[in-house]
Design a protein around this ligand. Structure first.
Ligand SMILES: Nc1ncnc2c1ncn2[C@@H]1O[C@H](COP(=O)(O)OP(=O)(O)OP(=O)(O)O)[C@@H](O)[C@H]1O
Length: 634
């Protein structure tokens, strides 16, 4: 039978099943809910006096024409209506709560009812996807709030709740397990089962019993992501991250007295920035990254469009989910069995007009998609049955293939290998489904300990939220995450698109400075003429050697150099003959001398040398303390 006929037959069977489920109220048509969040103007945009071109009125968002937009967009504003519009400028402190109240509460309700749910954040780099999904310690986002509520017993009346978590990222169309140490990573393949839908082979799944445990896993995953990024000088915005929680509840049906098992798969997705390719001036490896990011996002766009069209025309049409890893994994969430929310994040600044318009158009298409959400009841037994059948079929196929192996052709050999690998995978899945909860909890504990040990062996120490590499040379920059930039030979820093590290702010030059590392491991800073560059608070206008822990300020961007092999040498100041002694601490220098009327020029020289050398920004004062003592404060 041709592929098309099989697809047609399957779709007829699925339609019949859907009709039946609709009738008994266990499936319903569910439009993708679309919300838009506008972040406040950031420092860079304020510094550039960027015009604010977005207005929000209730659920309506208007994009006003601006000088920077294309000719055809200059005449009229673009007006869109969504399920929710969030504008953080009005109430910045309650922004995260507002979003959770309007989106998160509904998500929880659907989880308790046994539906699959998905929230995916889409928008240009820096528009607030990670801030909305993850948030910060003080302003937690949707993900930690959902995780915390899942363990709040008052929010549901199930007898038992079991939660398993997996966390992956898609980078250059390859899947990485964020909860497995880099050493143990194989290239992970996406497969698909009739009952379970698309899944990632060998992806680790962790049983969690408390919010603290999920938080620990999330932290681990984010660190793993940070390590991968920094090892390759990547940035998080270049990969897509998917956290999946499988929530299994057993409930006692009050009327029949029977036990029901409800399973909800919760997919929380932080997509890569949507604009990368044309604004970042991508080169070399970055071109591959951009193509692959855009391949996923492009396919996502195509999938959204064809789903929107088929929902409107009420006609099913073939949707090529398998064209990208992202859409394949989100197959159920887009047009399938899931209650899905898209959170589109945008910047209000005029110079982001095109990206904002394209995000809003994307979001506008998404709101036309209609999913077929189904209550997932007793799916485990069905999945076990399906796997047992599959395993039986694969074993038989393998025996037949092996029997005709006499004429050993290359083709047969590959076929046998593929069958063996499928068989192994299905057996693993079955074993996993049959593993007891207690065993799963034990496994998670062992995996966490192993992961931490591995990091220590790699020379990485975990310091609260931070990742520190013991013996390497890098710059750290603190923002929403701690960002680490490795220095290998030469790095260019500036606000221009071709710079290795991009800085922002009104005082950031297009090409601000270079940092070089010699073969001997010495590090130098070479500022570009007239750039606002400071080392430990002192202006730096010429090539300057840098030491461990030096603070480098480029305009308003601050970096700390990590170079443990080059600690700052001890400073030996030449003191005038009448100085008696010098006492130093990191914050204070006290010079004792005989004659309080000593010419102070040497002291001022010493002061400026020391401030440049060791004391960072010296807001210091020189004060006379009695007859024979002066103190300089750093
Ligand atoms: N709604 C908001 N309110 C306050 N600050 C915000 C908001 N949204 C984003 N920000 C700030 O803007 C900056 C960029 O946000 P974020 O990292 O979430 O962007 P992103 O879309 O995830 O970017 P990328 O695609 O590069 O990962 C962060 O410093 C964040 O704190």
């Amino acid at each position: 039978m041709s592929r098309l006929c099989v697809a047609e037959e399957q779709s007829v069977l699925a339609e019949d099943k859907n009709k039946r489920l609709h009738k008994i109220g266990k499936m319903n048509n569910s439009k993708v809910k679309v919300a838009v969040r506008v972040r406040p103007l950031n420092q860079r945009e304020k510094g550039l006096n960027s015009e604010c071109v977005v207005r929000v009125n209730g659920n309506q968002i208007t994009l006003l024409p601006s000088i920077s937009c294309k000719e055809k967009d200059r005449k009229e504003p673009h007006i869109f209506t969504f399920d929710n519009c969030f504008w953080t400028e009005d109430r910045p402190e309650t922004g995260q709560e507002d979003v959770f109240e309007h989106l998160g509460d509904g998500v929880l309700e659907n989880i308790w009812l046994g539906y699959n749910v998905c929230i995916f954040a889409y928008g240009q780099t820096g528009s607030g996807k990670t801030f909305s999904m993850m948030g910060t310690n003080n302003q937690p986002g949707i993900v930690p709030r959902i995780c915390s509520a899942l363990f709040n017993k008052e929010s549901n009346d199930a007898e038992t709740i079991r939660i398993e978590a997996s966390y992956l990222e898609i980078y250059n169309e390859e899947v990485r397990d964020l909860l497995k140490s880099a050493k143990k990573q194989n290239k992970l393949r996406v497969r698909e089962g009739k009952q379970i839908g698309p899944y990632v082979e060998e992806l680790s799944c962790h049983a969690v019993q408390s919010y603290e445990k999920i938080k620990l896993l999330l932290d681990q995953g984010n660190k793993q992501r940070a390590i991968a990024e920094t090892k390759m000088n990547e940035q998080s915005s270049r990969s897509h991250a998917i956290l999946t929680l499988t929530v299994t509840q057993t409930c006692n049906d009050r009327t029949s007295g029977a036990f029901r098992e409800l399973v909800s798969k919760v997919s929380l997705v932080d997509l890569a920035g949507s604009e990368r390719s044309y604004k970042s001036g991508a080169q070399g490896r970055q071109i591959k990254e951009s193509c692959n990011i855009n391949k996923s996002l492009l396919t996502l766009g195509l999938v959204i469009n064809s789903l929107a069209e088929s929902s409107e025309n009420k006609k099913s049409q073939f949707v090529n989910y398998r064209d990208s890893v992202l859409t394949w994994l989100l197959k159920n969430n887009l047009g399938g069995n899931s209650k899905t929310i898209m959170l589109a994040t945008v910047s209000p600044a005029a110079d982001n007009y095109q990206e904002t318009l394209s995000t809003l158009k994307y979001a506008d298409s998404a709101k036309r998609i209609v999913n077929q959400a189904e209550v997932n009841e007793d799916v485990k037994s069905k999945a076990i049955e399906e796997l047992q059948e599959e395993i039986k079929r694969l074993r038989e196929a393998l025996t037949t293939r092996e029997q005709v192996q006499e004429q050993k052709s290359q083709l047969k050999e590959t076929e046998v290998q593929e069958l063996k690998s499928q068989l192994k995978e299905k057996e693993n899945l079955l074993r996993d489904l049959e593993t007891s909860w207690e065993e799963k909890l034990k496994r998670t504990e062992v995996a966490t300990q192993e992961w931490q040990k591995n990091l220590e062996n790699m020379g990485v120490t975990l310091n609260k939220q931070d990742v520190v590499f013991k013996n390497e040379c890098y710059l750290t920059q603190r923002g929403i995450h701690l960002i680490i930039h490795h220095i290998n030979y030469i790095i260019k820093i500036g606000s221009g698109p071709s710079q290795d590290i991009q800085i922002s702010g009104p005082e950031a030059e297009c090409e601000h400075c270079e940092i070089t590392k010699t073969e001997e491991g010495e590090v130098f800073l070479i500022p570009v003429d007239n750039s606002k560059t400071y080392v430990n608070g002192s202006p730096c206008n010429t090539k300057t050697q840098l030491w461990h822990d030096d603070k480098i300020q480029l305009g308003t961007n601050v970096f700390i150099l990590h170079l443990p092999k080059r600690p700052k040498p001890e400073h030996h100041a030449t003191l005038p003959s009448d100085a008696l002694s010098v006492q130093e601490s990191r914050e204070r220098l006290a010079v004792f001398f005989r004659d309080p009327n000593t010419d102070a020029t040497w002291l001022l020289k010493l002061f400026s040398e020391l401030s440049a050398f060791k004391y960072g920004t010296v807001c210091g004062c020189i004060s006379h303390l009695g007859k024979d003592r002066m103190e300089i404060y750093g």
